[in-house]
Design a protein. Structure first.
Length: 438
């Protein structure tokens, strides 16, 4: 999912949506028929530094689509803080858009509602075929063994962004490769009066992304092989504690970041207040806030030891945005044409350049525009050391309950309370108890 978003705190309502009969969505009036649609409604997720920037980015492309097809697209850019609840309401009420963005980690959960169009071989054939898309992006489009619930639109990965001047002033010649190195560098940076590492402790989704990676590095999974939550096993507890200890014990994340939830850490980094940032495809966001590309470097997210890779060397979740169609849309033909347009090589190059993301379409990804040093880190991460979040029906509740547990632990640190193995386990146990019955 996109890092710009605020916490999707309404995800707990997914259990209600799963229990209800999904009605689908689509234009309610003025949309034309499936044979000759005149309008489409499109909910786009907030990808840029503001909703207005997104509108300026997307509207020229929507106008281009209208010129080519005669179909007008009514755009609404939805903040991440509202998006999941808006989608869930639409799945049960039938009053939703024709086409929408979903965070790729929600794919299996929204697939389970039955409201989204399945992308079987026939539907993929209408947009050029499934083999146009890279495997890592397709891995976050729904449950294993089922037709995807969405089509990849933007691919992203986490990286370590570091301020070159702050590093030089602290006598640090290269970015850290391991967490121990990052902590050691943090002492040098703190001695120069700078903040070390930014975090969004109040953002449940950011919390999940990071503790998922730490769990992988500890050889652990949040779910058993049969899809049951396993939040309190020792390796999960150790992983969550290691992440929270970056604030509690190692003092590299400022306690003030416990309240951050809406890109404040990105702004701190862009303004030169902190030395490092763990973020998804941040270049466009940083540029919009006045930071020059030459002011920072990009490196892989640290691992426990060695170098990034598979298994315990995973250093990112597979991040990204998928494009979904409500199954009951009255404009199915037009919606399919729109998905084909948005995933065309030309549009993939334009949009992924605008958002500093990576095209999930193979031929677009090979374009020279995506072979910069910064993009090479992201592409290599996606190809070799990123893992998809659990593609289970209860994934969105997992994000909310465990992400909130981590938020509570950060808040405890900020309040001066000790964070122990027992207190971490207690928060995770509470999170597990809030999960729906299998």
């Amino acid at each position: 999912m996109r890092s710009i978003r605020a916490a999707a705190v309404g995800a707990v309502t997914m259990s209600l949506a799963l229990a209800a009969t999904a009605c689908g969505g689509g234009s309610s009036t003025g949309g034309g028929s499936n044979d000759s649609p005149k309008t489409l409604t499109y909910w786009a997720s907030n990808q840029g530094a503001s909703i207005e920037i997104d509108k300026k980015t997307l509207q020229p492309e929507l106008d281009k689509f209208q010129k080519q097809t005669g179909i007008k697209v009514k755009l609404e850019v939805v903040p991440w803080s509202d998006l999941l609840n808006r989608i869930l309401t639409a799945t049960t009420s039938g009053q939703g858009p024709d086409v929408l963005n979903i965070g790729n980690t929600w794919s299996a959960s929204l697939q389970a509602t039955g409201a989204l169009l399945p992308w079987d071989a026939k539907n993929f054939g209408k947009i050029g075929g499934k083999d146009r898309f890279v495997d890592s992006a397709l891995g976050s489009t729904g449950a294993v063994g089922k037709d995807p619930a969405a089509v990849p639109l933007y691919s992203m990965a986490y990286a370590l962004y570091y301020n070159k001047k702050i590093f030089a002033d602290a006598g640090i010649s290269q970015p850290p490769v391991t967490w121990d190195e990052l902590i050691a560098d943090g002492k040098k940076i703190s001695a120069k009066g700078k903040s070390v590492l930014g975090a969004e402790g109040g953002n449940v989704s950011e919390n999940i992304h990071h503790v998922f990676v730490f769990a992988k590095q500890h050889g652990a999974d949040f779910f058993t092989s049969d899809g049951k939550p396993d939040f309190t096993n020792d390796n999960i507890v150790a992983a969550v504690k290691q992440y929270v200890d970056l604030m509690a014990k190692d003092k590299v994340i400022p306690t003030g970041d416990a309240e951050y939830a809406q890109n404040q850490s990105v702004s701190d980094f862009a303004k030169g207040k902190q030395a490092m940032l763990l973020w998804q495809s941040a270049s466009a966001n940083l540029k919009s806030q006045g930071m020059s590309d030459s002011d920072y470097g990009i490196a892989p997210v640290p691992v426990q030891s060695g170098t990034p890779g598979t298994g315990t060397q995973v250093n990112s979740m597979v991040a990204g945005i998928n494009l979904a169609v409500f199954k009951n849309t009255k404009n199915l033909d037009g919606a399919t044409k729109f998905v084909k347009f948005m995933t065309s090589d030309d549009e993939q190059k334009i949009l992924n350049t605008a958002y500093s993301s990576i095209p999930p379409v193979k031929t677009a990804q090979e374009d020279a525009a995506f072979n910069t040093p910064a993009n090479s880190v992201l592409k290599n991460t996606l190809a070799t050391s990123a893992a998809a979040l659990p593609q289970v029906a209860s994934e969105s509740q997992f994000e909310t309950t465990v992400g909130t547990a981590v938020k509570n632990l950060f808040a405890a640190v900020a309040a001066g309370k000790a964070v122990t193995t027992d207190s971490v386990k207690a928060e995770l146990e509470k999170a597990q108890q809030q999960m729906p019955a299998a």
